[in-house]
Each structure stands twice: as structure tokens, then as C-alpha cells.
Design a protein around this ligand. Structure first.
Ligand SMILES: Cc1cc2nc3c(=O)[nH]c(=O)nc-3n(C[C@H](O)[C@H](O)[C@H](O)COP(=O)(O)O)c2cc1C
Length: 188
């Protein structure tokens, strides 16, 4: 594979992961920086990938610490590893938040299963459960007010292939519009 093919394969793997629950990139690590300047990482489901725009989309609860962190500091690293292809993708870029009521959040919510909608209907993430509280309203009404979409735009990709004899590594840079601007092999 040449560098262009490596980049294309990396992004087609991300696109495939959005509909393939067995893909190694189905769950990715979303890393942000908290108010104290410390790195924070958590697994999230990759919901959508757009190769042309170099965008990844994830869903989250807007009451969660990550939402607050990203609203204060949009710089993000996304890290993924696929055990079958033995490829690590490290993408750096910035997050844009689509709050409840925004077009993107409305559209994404409308496509969610009732089961997934219910995951947003509980108490605020990270807080102690209040066992005296009545069971929250579920479904349509319950979690929609807390449902947000994070769209991440990649500026660069660090691609690493783990191989028994000789690991390979390459870096790619993208323009604001998502065009591939630079690509080169580097030492692993
Ligand atoms: C496999 C897996 C997938 C997850 N997917 C999501 C997700 O898509 N969105 C989300 O907000 N949290 C998801 N979580 C939970 C997060 O990892 C995290 O624990 C939670 O969102 C709180 O993160 P925060 O305190 O940094 O905001 C997932 C956890 C696991 C283990």
C-alpha cells in the first residue's frame, strides 16, 4: 500500500466500524483535557465517520464531565486499535458540540432506538444515584433534553501498523476542508 492507500484504508475502516459492531474501531478512545490541564480518556461508540470532511461523530450526555471539558477546551485526540488488522489510529483535532435541540442532535435522536434513548433518561452521569428519586421518565420525553452530539474534525492522523518483523508508521495532515495535504512514512 502506498501512503494514499493507507490513508484511504484507515478512513474506510472507520466508516465500516459505524455499522459493524465487531470492528475494532467500533469503540474508540476520546481524549480531552480537563480544567486542571490533565488528560482525560474514555471509550465511546463511533456513530458516524465522514471521510471527505475527516469527521467522526459520537453521542453523549450533555451533563457529563466530558461535555463540559470539551466546551472549555475543544482540542481532542481520538485513539483506536483494531486487533484483527493490528492497526492503531491516533487522530488529533477539535470537537464541535451540538447541544440538545440543534439540528444534528434532533436528527441523531430521531434515529436512536428506544433502548438507547433510555440510557439518557437516568440521573446526571458521575453523580451518586438518588435512590429516593422516582424512576425517571423514559423514552421520547426522558433523555432528549440531555442528548448531545460531538463532532470531531481531524487535523492529522498518526497511523501505526504492528507487525512481527517490522512495524510501520505514517503521518497524514488534512486541510480545514478535509483534503489530504501531506503524508509521509516515519520511523515507528
Ligand atoms: C465500550 C464502551 C462504550 C461507551 N460508549 C459511550 C458513548 O458512546 N458515549 C458516552 O457518552 N459514553 C460512553 N461510554 C461511557 C464512557 O466511557 C464514560 O465512562 C462516560 O461517558 C463518562 O465519561 P466522562 O465522565 O468523561 O464524561 C462507553 C463505555 C464503554 C466501556
Amino acid at each position: 500500500m502506498n501512503l494514499k492507500e493507507v490513508d484511504a484504508f484507515a478512513w474506510s475502516s472507520l466508516v465500516a466500524a459505524t455499522t459493524d459492531s465487531q470492528s475494532g474501531f467500533r469503540f474508540i478512545n476520546l481524549c480531552s483535557v480537563d480544567a486542571a490541564g490533565r488528560p482525560q480518556a474514555r471509550m465511546v461508540v463511533l456513530r458516524r465517520a465522514d471521510t471527505a470532511a475527516r469527521l467522526l461523530e459520537i453521542h453523549t450526555d450533555t451533563r457529563s464531565p466530558k461535555w463540559l471539558e470539551l466546551s472549555r477546551n475543544p482540542f481532542v485526540t481520538v485513539l483506536g486499535f483494531c486487533a484483527s488488522s493490528r492497526i492503531q489510529l491516533r487522530l488529533v483535532g477539535a470537537a464541535r458540540l451540538h447541544a440538545p435541540g440543534s439540528d444534528l442532535a434532533e436528527k441523531a435522536w430521531s434515529e436512536l432506538s428506544v433502548w438507547t434513548r433510555n440510557t439518557y433518561a437516568g440521573g446526571p452521569p458521575g453523580e451518586e444515584p438518588d435512590n429516593n428519586e422516582p424512576v425517571p421518565v423514559t423514552g421520547e420525553a426522558g433523555g432528549k433534553a440531555y442528548f448531545g452530539v460531538v463532532s470531531f474534525r481531524a487535523d492529522a492522523l498518526d497511523w501505526f501498523e504492528l507487525r512481527r518483523a517490522s512495524n510501520r508508521r505514517a503521518v497524514f495532515e488534512y486541510s480545514d476542508l478535509g483534503a489530504l495535504m501531506a503524508a509521509r512514512w516515519i520511523n515507528p
